[in-house]
Design a protein around this ligand. Structure first.
Ligand code: AMP
Length: 428
């Protein structure tokens, strides 16, 4: 299948050539034709599957076919949960429309609104926005949505996780009833299904990876390790292996800062990206990482959502996420667009139950790396009540039983990945 066979017009084909896209990805193959036919779409796809182009390309084509409108009006609106995603989507629209007279503008919170308002005043065709800032600017009368013909709700499940669903519904109320709607979500919780039912009309359903399953191209492994040894294990892996660069996830902002401090002490270049950092600091951290000036980017889930880092080989779950779907989102940062990736998880005894839930969700056992310098010594979980009371306090050390554990795990998995294999970088 080629983009030409999907019926893409020459000016966009040329832009895609400049992006070095040779063939459409599966989501593009499936989504482009119905969107061009002005159908509603329910896309169950993660970031990394090429979903941005799957909606951006046909939207640009539909608008281009209408010709230029003067003065310009917002004819397409893309709502996405984070600033990073909003910027990336806008960059994609700009790239694919480089030979078209269409203008895209991006707005998000956390920065002064004035430059954004100035951009809007010049007239735009496509608006990419996060929900909070969009509602602010609507309330102040700077944005009207009455001419929107195509509405994209991106990462709907994450909107829900981040508590934006009310803001999203407020935006939807302002949209014309007669419109084309495209909804994308990596997972389909009940609330999103209900929302989809109310805002989509006879949608074409497109699923590229079944909900909540893990991209096949990603090699996953887990190290069972005590909480207090995680930082040593991380430094050990980074010092002794072929990991060129890694995105490391922590549950908390403090945790992210702590990991950066430890890595910096060990002379490993690292930076953190989380909600307490200014927009500038986040952009710089991301830029430095992309340019390989820093080797490790430590992020919280919300900050990292959807950030697009081409050729990211390793994702490390320094903490195991409490919500199993978050694991799928995290490891989806690697293994993008045909490239394979490696996801490594550090699991302590108190996270074991969460990890079991993750394995249940993805429907397979993650390979354990049994041979490493910091095998788990603490094998009894801290009672939940104590965990809450003594947050951060170390659990009681039990008699170490490493041999017994190892044998049990090996039995379960006859072919455990050895330490080096677990770190192998591979391209498809
Ligand atoms: P997305 O899922 O939209 O975040 O896209 C993931 C990555 O795949 C981005 O870096 C895109 O530039 C890239 N990409 C999207 N479509 C294609 C394609 N047809 N061929 C090669 N790369 C692509």
């Amino acid at each position: 299948m080629t983009f030409q066979q999907l019926g893409i017009i020459p000016s966009i084909l040329n832009a895609l050539k400049k992006e070095a896209y040779v063939n459409p990805t599966p989501i593009q193959e499936q989504a482009v034709p119905p969107v061009l036919k002005k159908k509603d779409l329910l896309g169950c796809a993660q970031t990394g599957t090429g979903k941005t182009a799957a909606f951006a390309v046909p939207i640009l084509q539909l608008l281009a076919e209408q010709g230029s409108v003067s003065p310009k009006k917002i004819r397409a609106l893309v709502l996405t949960p984070t600033r990073e995603l909003a910027l990336q989507i806008q960059e994609s629209f700009v790239a694919y429309s480089r030979f078209l007279p269409l203008k895209t503008c991006v707005i998000f919170g956390g920065v002064p609104q004035n430059p954004q308002v100035q951009q809007l005043k010049k007239g735009i065709d496509i608006l990419v926005a996060t929900p909070g800032r969009l509602n602010d600017l609507i309330a102040q009368g700077f944005i009207k949505l009455q001419d929107v013909q195509i509405f994209v709700l991106d990462e709907a499940d994450r909107m829900l996780d981040m508590g934006f669903i009310h803001d999203v519904k407020k935006v939807i109320e302002k949209l014309p009833k007669k419109r084309q709607t495209l909804l994308f979500s990596a997972t389909m919780p009940k609330e999103i299904e209900e929302l989809a039912d109310t805002i989509l009309r006879n949608p074409v359903k497109v699923t590229v990876t079944p909900p909540a399953t893990t991209v096949e191209a990603i090699e996953q492994s887990v190290y069972f390790v005590d909480k207090e040894n995680k930082r040593r294990l991380l430094i050990h892996l980074l010092q002794s292996s072929e990991i060129e660069s890694a995105l490391v996830f922590t549950r908390t902002k403090h945790g992210a800062d702590r990991v950066v401090r430890e890595l910096t002490k060990a002379k490993i270049r690292a930076a953190a990206i989380h909600g307490d950092k200014s927009q500038n600091a986040r952009q710089k951290a991301l830029g430095d990482f992309k340019q390989h000036r820093t080797r490790v980017l430590v992020a919280t889930d919300i900050a990292a959502r959807g950030i697009d880092i081409e050729e990211l080989s390793h994702v490390i779950n320094y903490d195991i996420p409490e919500v199993p779907e978050t694991y799928v989102h995290r490891i989806g940062r690697t293994g993008r667009a045909g490239m394979s990736g490696i996801a490594i998880s550090f699991c302590d005894i108190n996270e074991k139950a969460d990890f079991d839930r993750i394995e249940k969700l993805i429907g397979k056992k993650v390979t354990e790396v049994p041979e490493h310098p910091y095998p788990m010594q603490i094998t009894t979980p801290t009672p939940k009540s104590e965990l809450r009371r003594n947050r951060g306090q170390r659990p009681v050390r039990q008699q170490p039983q490493p041999q017994k554990r190892k044998r049990r795990r090996r039995d379960r998995n006859p072919n455990p990945r050895n330490h080096r294999n677990g770190l192998r970088k591979r391209r498809l």
